[in-house]
Each structure stands twice: as structure tokens, then as C-alpha cells.
Design a protein. Structure first.
Length: 346
């Protein structure tokens, strides 16, 4: 299994300098995004495809960067950056959401404010164009943290959010993925009751269809952290399945005392490992730095049998992208406007 770790903030020379210095230099602001982790292999990509992904990641992060540079809040930066990726068919969120077994699209999202520890999340919506907007509205305008299904959609309507016909989420690519997964499932029929057959099936699913969830973590000029995540979940999901993305503490977590995190990967494992909160807790209770804490928690996920990754920024503006898959679409920008974009584990 691959293990990718990218310190998004410093050159190696700068890193050594920091290690020698006991003083931690705080960045004015910082922003990091992911567009999903999974089996993303160079041999399956073309230079044209890479360029399209990179351009979309750049367009998205520029939106958040500009908000932060102009003194806006990390919450706004996270939300508006995610909006760009939700509106792109490239990612498994909003317009590019994967299909359920019933050939519908059910979307999940969450957002968290590191200053107040307020949070909002929505699960299983089918008509809300930008689920991260709904998560934000739930946080800002309701006494609740999480809403699901029809109720969440009623609230979205009351809030004046943009609603779309469910057919808006149709993309041919995602339907083809569903059909491939279903064909594989039919092949395995009668065998999925054994754990290994189940794991093999999910592995196929992950490799073929699952990456593309989007997320963002940011630090603003006021020292406030925020994180958000938006997804269509897992191809072929059934029975109202909800993954980690809308679960505060698994898919998303932010706390000004530690860091802001957005996860992507095999949701069932990320829920069980409580990935995002666990990283923050290791920093809070054990004094680990963000990179160490992220590695410990992703190791825990791998030991359980899951895979995926996280992007995160700590209270000093240090950014980390960590993943145990062959790739994770990602980008970061620091307060000097320096952009880093990555796809593979290199
Ligand atoms: N974590 C998401 C889920 O399990 C999927 C992903 O990140 O690719 O719903």
C-alpha cells in the first residue's frame, strides 16, 4: 500500500530552518483543498486530463485564496472554494456526484467553524445544487447540526437555496461507473456474504468509481480555522447509506486550538476511526504536530482495512496533505500566493 505525505508549506531548506528554530512562524493565512483520494494512476491519465483537473483545482483554490487575502473568513473561503468543485463534473460532489444502486444521486456535506466549534451537515439530499451551502445554512440558521433527506430539502427551500431537478446530477461517466460496479456485483452474487468477497468487491468499487469527494481547510487573517467536505458518497450505495463526509469528527473537523481537516476515502473506515477529530485530539492532548498526528490516524485507518487521505491546516498555517492511496487530487496556497498542485503519490 502506498503512503503519500506531502508537506505543502515549505521547501526542504525551509523545513530544516524551522527544525533548527524553536520559534514557530505563523502564516497570515493558508488554504488547502482535495478533490478525492483513490487509485489515481499516471498510466490511466492523459496530459489533457491532468491539465483539466489541475486547472479546476487552481480555479477553485484561487476563489478561497482571494477571499482570505482580502480579509474574508475561513468559513467563506471554504464554502466558496467547495462551490467551484461542486459545480464541476470532474469531482464526486454536486454536479459530478456518483450514482446510488437505484441510479439516483444522494449528496452529503459538512462544514465546521474552528472558532466557535459550530458545525452544520446534511445527508442524502437529491435536489440541493450545492450541499455545502445547505451545511452552512444549517450551521448558521438552525439550532441543529445535521439534517437528512426530505427534511433537509424542506429547510434548504425555506432558506432560499438553489434547488435543481435530480436529473441535474446526471453525468454519463458516473452512470458508466455504476454499471461497471453492478456488473462486478452480479459476478460476485452469492459470495458477498464472506468477508473476503465483500472486501474484494469494495476494493473494486473504490478503484473504479469512488474518488472525487471534495474538501477544503483554511486559516484566515483573524486566526480562525474552518473546514468543509462535500460528496456524492460511494458508487452503488444503498439503503440510505451515509459516509463520513457529513459526520463531524470523521469527514470534517475544525478547532482553533489545533487544526482544520477534511477527509476523503472509504467512509465506513473513516467513521470508525473518527479520523478528523482524532487528528485534532492527538495534537490537543498529546502535543503531536499536524503531520505526525495525520500519519498516526491514517495508519489506524489502514490497519482497519480502509484507505483514503486528508488535507489539513494547523493554527500556524502549516498545511499537510496525507494519503495512503496511489493518488489524491490536491492543491494548496500560502499567504505569498504560492500554489502547489498534486495528483499522484510523488
Ligand atoms: N468518503 C466518501 C464516502 O465514503 C467518499 C470519498 O471520499 O471518496 O462517502
Amino acid at each position: 500500500m502506498f503512503f503519500g505525505c506531502v508537506d505543502q508549506t515549505k521547501t526542504s531548506e525551509q523545513k530544516n530552518n524551522t527544525e533548527l528554530s524553536s520559534e514557530i512562524k505563523k502564516a497570515e493565512f493558508a488554504i488547502i483543498i482535495h478533490g478525492g483520494a483513490g487509485t489515481i494512476l499516471k498510466q490511466n491519465m492523459t496530459p489533457e486530463k491532468e491539465a483539466v483537473y489541475e486547472a479546476t483545482l487552481e480555479a477553485a483554490i484561487q476563489v478561497g485564496y482571494t477571499i482570505l487575502k482580502n480579509g474574508g473568513t475561513s468559513l467563506d473561503a471554504v464554502q466558496k472554494t467547495i462551490n467551484v468543485m461542486e459545480d464541476s463534473p470532474l469531482f464526486n460532489a454536486g454536479k459530478g456526484a456518483v450514482f446510488t444502486n437505484a441510479e439516483t444521486n444522494e449528496l452529503d456535506a459538512s462544514i465546521m467553524d474552528g472558532k466557535t466549534l459550530n458545525a452544520g451537515a446534511s445527508a442524502g439530499t437529491t435536489t440541493v445544487k450545492n450541499p455545502i451551502d445547505l451545511a452552512r445554512a444549517i450551521m448558521d440558521n438552525s439550532p441543529h447540526v445535521m439534517m437528512a433527506g426530505v427534511g433537509a430539502e424542506t429547510f434548504a427551500k425555506e432558506q432560499g437555496l438553489t434547488l435543481v431537478d435530480p436529473s441535474y446530477f446526471y453525468t454519463e461517466n458516473r452512470l458508466n461507473s455504476l454499471q461497471r460496479v453492478k456488473a462486478k456485483e452480479a459476478e460476485k452474487k452469492g459470495k458477498v456474504d464472506t468477508e473476503s468477497a465483500l472486501l474484494e468487491f469494495y476494493d473494486f468499487d473504490i478503484q473504479n468509481a469512488k474518488f472525487g469527494t471534495v474538501g477544503c481547510a483554511a486559516l484566515d487573517k483573524n486566526g480562525n480555522l474552518a473546514a468543509g467536505t462535500s460528496t456524492g458518497g460511494m458508487t452503488n450505495k444503498r439503503y440510505g447509506r451515509v459516509g463520513d463526509a457529513p459526520i463531524i469528527g470523521s469527514g470534517t473537523y475544525a478547532n482553533n486550538a489545533t487544526c482544520a481537516i477534511s477527509s476523503t476515502g472509504w467512509g465506513e473506515y473513516f467513521i470508525r476511526a473518527q479520523v478528523a477529530h482524532d487528528i485534532s485530539a492527538l495534537m490537543d492532548y498529546k502535543g503531536l504536530d499536524l503531520k505526525e498526528a495525520s500519519k498516526v490516524v491514517l495508519d489506524k485507518v489502514a490497519k482497519l482495512g480502509g484507505d483514503g487521505g486528508i488535507v489539513a491546516v494547523d493554527k500556524h498555517g502549516k498545511m499537510v496533505a496525507e494519503f495512503n492511496t496511489s493518488g489524491m487530487y490536491r492543491a494548496s496556497m500560502n499567504d505569498k500566493g504560492e500554489l502547489t498542485i498534486g495528483i499522484y503519490n510523488d
